[in-house]
Design a protein around this ligand. Structure first.
Ligand SMILES: C[S@@+](CC[C@H](N)C(=O)[O-])C[C@H]1O[C@@H](n2cnc3c(N)ncnc32)[C@H](O)[C@@H]1O
Length: 501
């Protein structure tokens, strides 16, 4: 049975009946006349190919010169902050808000009924703190009549903690808060549901993740992309997959070096960007003409084949010579499951844990929460008395960044919980799988593990194989394994004892 609005709240929401809440007077004046479809009667124009997939070097206040009414499905943008960045004019608060009002008014004209506007904004200043997000809400809701649809809190993680501006140090005199978050404010035009229909491309995992209101994403490095205030590509990617169909038009009216447009292009959406600085427009065009190596190919293959990471991993394992014997196998008595069990050429079982998104959002082990979930499963498997699951390989769409907390956590295991971690879609890394499938590898091949790091089963620390040199003997052959199928026998070679030897 579904849940419904209760006087004291309900602990969960399933098939939630909101009729009690929906009848409350607090919603008076806020309900749109229609929910979805083109009930507004406004025509949904076909896209003009000559006007789209372009970056315009002009003020987005004038975007109605280029884009027809109701043509844009989604706006993803981060307005200038007016805090003295290289591109900022020194506008008064009033002038600044006037610019935003003009741009989001023009945006409303070109936006499809039910189309979303996602505005990434941070509050600025300390003395006083300027709540730009509140000002933007006021403009969008009270002055321009958009409907508020939600507020995503972008938590920027540890790397955003560098600021030392804590005010009075360890004194109640005047300590100040150091923001490690920004907002993504979400609005729609006139109605809740989209007017246009189409084909979505989002997988179940991403949908579940993206529908939560707190997003943890590492910020983009300004020097890497050549703009003082870029957002990470993951930000528009997540919004585009969540809110648009394939071939929809995505607009960024303050596009900087074109991050939104790059994400849209990769996801097979159309795009339009505006920026007033020629230098940024040129960089955006450059980024749009050269897809990054590796990623684009993976993306292309996965998208064309319509496969998710799981499917992709499956065909990869088979291509490398493994014989898949089980998919999504529940491990008896352990309360967990692995993505694949596969046999190498000699009939030994290997276990594969696949993490990461499907066709586009390649978060994988780059997400610290995914790393810890994955390590949780791996340690349960490693604790198996019979060490049946010692050949556990983590397959992921993205390994964590070098030195990140996820990277450190994986390496801290020293191989005691998993055998290797391999990035799918990366030819160089995949070659290790081909070697493991031959059945003559009992030690990880150097790659994820660096020399001196691995201290896993049957090895002294640092004892890695180099690519192309098969192990002289199989550990099962070398060690009386008491009939167990795993790499190590249990008692005579406890990991600690082995590592000290
Ligand atoms: C915060 S940055 C956007 C960065 C972008 N998200 C990225 O990842 O590169 C804001 C941009 O708005 C541009 N801008 C400022 N006023 C503008 C206007 N009237 N029309 C179009 N762009 C404008 C600035 O030049 C700046 O590049």
């Amino acid at each position: 049975m579904g849940t419904s609005t209760k006087s004291f709240g309900s602990s969960k929401r399933e098939s939630h009946d909101s009729s009690v809440f929906n009848g409350r007077r607090i919603l008076d004046g806020l309900r749109p006349k229609v929910n979805g479809g083109s009930a507004t009667g406004l025509p949904i124009p076909p896209l003009d190919a000559t006007k789209i997939n372009r970056i315009y070097c002009k003020s987005s206040e004038r975007m109605t010169e280029d884009l027809p009414e109701n043509s844009v499905a989604l706006v993803v943008t981060s307005p200038p902050y007016n805090v003295g960045k290289e591109y900022d004019n020194d506008l008064s608060l009033d002038e600044y808000l006037k610019l935003l009002r003009k741009v989001f008014d023009a945006t409303k004209k070109v936006l499809e009924p039910g189309g979303r506007v996602c505005i990434n904004i941070a509050n600025v200043g300390r003395k006083p703190y300027i709540p730009l997000a509140s000002y933007v809400n006021r403009i969008m809701l009270e002055e321009l009549g958009y409907l508020m649809r939600g507020e995503i809190l972008w938590v920027k993680g540890k790397s955003a903690n560098g600021s030392c501006a804590w005010g009075s140090w360890r004194s109640a005199g005047n300590p100040v808060l150091r923001d490690t978050h920004e907002y993504i404010l979400v609005y729609s035009k006139g109605q809740f549901g989209r007017a246009r229909t189409g084909k979505s491309s989002i997988g179940a995992d991403e949908f579940l993740n993206n529908s939560l209101s707190v997003w943890e994403m590492e910020p983009e490095s300004a020097s890497r992309v050549g703009h003082p205030a870029p957002f990470p590509e993951e930000l528009p990617k997540r919004l585009i997959e969540f809110y648009t169909y394939q071939d929809d038009l995505v607009l960024d009216p303050f596009c900087g070096v074109g991050t939104t447009c790059v994400a849209a292009k990769k996801l097979n959406r159309n795009y339009v960007g505006y920026d007033i600085k020629q230098e940024y427009v040129d960089m955006a065009k450059e980024r749009l003409s050269t897809p990054p190596p590796g990623f684009a190919e993976f993306q292309r293959r996965a998208t064309i084949e319509g496969k998710g990471a799981q499917k992709f991993a499956e065909s990869l394992l088979e291509k490398c010579g493994f014989k898949i014997t089980a998919r999504d196998r529940k491990l008896k008595g352990l309360g967990i499951q692995v993505s694949f069990v596969a046999e190498d050429k000699t009939g030994r079982s290997w276990y594969f844990d696949v993490t990461g998104a499907f066709t586009s959002q390649r978060a994988g082990l780059k997400r610290t929460d995914t790393v810890f979930k994955c390590l949780g499963r791996a340690s349960v498997m490693a604790a198996d008395d019979d060490r049946r699951y010692a050949r556990l390989v983590l397959l992921t769409t993205d390994l964590p960044r070098k030195g990140s907390s996820g990277d450190q956590a994986l390496r801290a295991t020293k191989g005691r919980t998993f055998f290797d971690a391999i990035e799918i879609g990366n030819e160089q890394q995949e070659s290790r799988l081909r070697e493991y499938a031959q059945g003559n590898r009992d030690r990880p091949i150097e790659g994820f593990w660096r020399p001196g790091e691995y201290g896993g089963p049957g090895l002294a620390p640092g004892d890695l194989q180099v690519p192309g040199s098969p192990s002289s003997e199989r550990i099962e052959d070398a060690i009386p394994a008491a009939g167990l199928p795993g790499i190590l026998p249990t008692t005579s070679f406890s990991l600690g004892a082995r590592r000290e030897s």
